[in-house]
Design a protein around this ligand. Sequence first.
Ligand code: NAP
Length: 484
Amino acid sequence: MVSRVIPVDQFDLVIFGGTGDLARRKILPGLFRRFLSGQMPEGARVIGAARSDLDDAGFRDMIGQAIEEFGGEETADKDRLAAFLECIHYVAVDATGEGGWAQLKDLIRENVVRAFYFSVAPSLFGALAERLHGHGIADRNSRLVVEKPFGRDLETAKALNATLAEHFQEDQIYRIDHYLGKETVQNLMAVRFGNILFEPLWNNHYVDHIQITVAETVGVGGRGGYYDKSGAMRDMVQNHLMQLLCLIAMEAPNQFEADAVRDEKLKVIRALQPVDFHHIVRGQYDARGDEPSYREDVENPRSHTECFVALKCQIANMRWSGVPFYLRTGKKLKGRTSEIAVVFKDLGHSIFEGDEKRHRNILAIRLQPNEGIDLQVTIKEPGPGGMRLIDVPLDMTFADALGDDVDEATDAYERLIMDVIRGNQTLFMRGDEVEAAWAWTDPIIEGWQTRNDVPKHYDIGSTGPEDAMMLLHRDGRRWREIKG
Ligand code: NAP
C-alpha cells in the first residue's frame, strides 16, 4: 500500500531541553523517522537548546547515539542518519539568563514555520516565553509546543495558561498529550463518525457501559520523586484517560477541525458529574520477592500517593445519562494494555432454546499493544448439535490489515510534531479543556487529602486491588481481562 504523505512547509524547530531525556528518547528519534519517510522538507532544521556547553558536532554526536539507542530498527541506515544529523544544530542558552539568545536569533530564518518545543520543566515556560518574545525570536506566526504535566491542579494550570498567554495566542499553543497522536485514537473518530453502523447505537438506549483501561507493567522507574508528588490521578487520569473519555463520548463536531472537535470535548468534561467517593478505588503495589513495593520505589515509607486508580463516573447529558463510564489505570499490573471498550446491552430475550447466556456486543478499541479494533459478535458455534451460540471477536489489528503503512505511522510524537508544523491543532488540548479537566479532578484529590485516604494494597502482576473488582461486581458487571 502506498502511503499518502501530506507535504510539510519549511521549518525551524527549536527544542528547548534538547539534551534531555524526552528529546533524546522520543522527539529526535521520531523526527528522524519522519525524515526517513520523506516528510521533512529539504532544508528543514532542528535546533537543540539547553545550558550544556556543546557545539553542533557535540550535539549531533549525542543525538546520533540516542537515535541508535532508541530509534528502532528502521533507523539503522548510517548514511541516512548522517544526512539527518546535518539538519541539526545546537545553541547553548539558559532559559533564565541572557547568554545565547542573540545567537539563536541569528540562526532562526525568516519566512519559514518557527516552532518552539518546551521540553523542559514547566517552571521554565514563563522565562522562555518572555525571552523568545523579548529577543524578537518568536512572532505572531510562531508555534509553541508544551509538554505535560500542564499544571498540578486548576490553579497552577490557570497560572501556566496566563503565563503563556502573555506572549502567545491560543492558536499558537500546542499542548501535547501523546495519547491523542495514536493511530487508534484518530481511528476512534473515523469509526464513530465515518460509519453509519455505530452512531445510531452510540447512546444510553444501546450502550450498557464503557470501560477505559490503561494498564502498565512498569513501576515508577527512575521518576519516583516526581511521581510520588503526582500520582495516577494527575499523571494519567486528568489527561490521557479523560481525553479518551471525551473522544468516545463527544457529540459529532460539524467538521473535523480543531476548535469544532475541542468544543465538543470540552462539553463532555463540563458534563461530568462529581464522583462519589464510594466509586473510586486507589491502590499501591506491595513488594513481591526482590521486587520493591511502591513505597520503596519512591523511597517514601509513608506515601499515600496512588499508583492505581479505578473509578466510575457519569456524564449528565441526554446521550449518556445512566451509562456508567469505568476508568482504571495502574502500574505493575498483570499486562500492558490500553483499551476502550464499549459494552452494548444484551437483547433481553433469546429465541434459541437453552441459550441462557446474556450475549453482548463489545466494540474494543486497542491503543496498545497491537493497535486495532475488535468487535465481539455472537455467532453459532460451528458443527452439529443445534444452535449453540458463542461470542467471537471480529479482529482488525491494523498492522495485519494495513501492513507497513501502520508501522510507518505509529509513533504518536512524530505525528503530533508534524501536525504542529502543519498548524493543525485538532489533536492538541486547548487551555480551557485542560482547566476543565483539573476542575473535575481537583475535588477528588482534595477529598482524598481531607479524608486522609490510604490507598489499598495490591499484588504486583495482579489486576489491582480487590475493591476495584467490586466496583463493577456491585453493578453486576466485570472488568475486561488484562492480558498478561
Ligand atoms: P530532563 O531529562 O531533566 O531534561 C531537561 C532538559 O532541560 C535538559 O535538556 C536540560 O539541559 C534543560 N534545562 C534545564 N534547565 C534549563 C535552563 N535553565 N535553561 C535551558 N535548558 C534547561 O527532562 P525530560 O524528561 O526530558 O522532560 C522534559 C519535560 O517533558 C518535563 O516537563 C517533563 O515533565 C516532560 N515529559 C517528559 C517525559 C519523558 O518521557 N521524559 C514524558 C512526558 C513529559 P541542560 O542541563 O543542558 O540545561
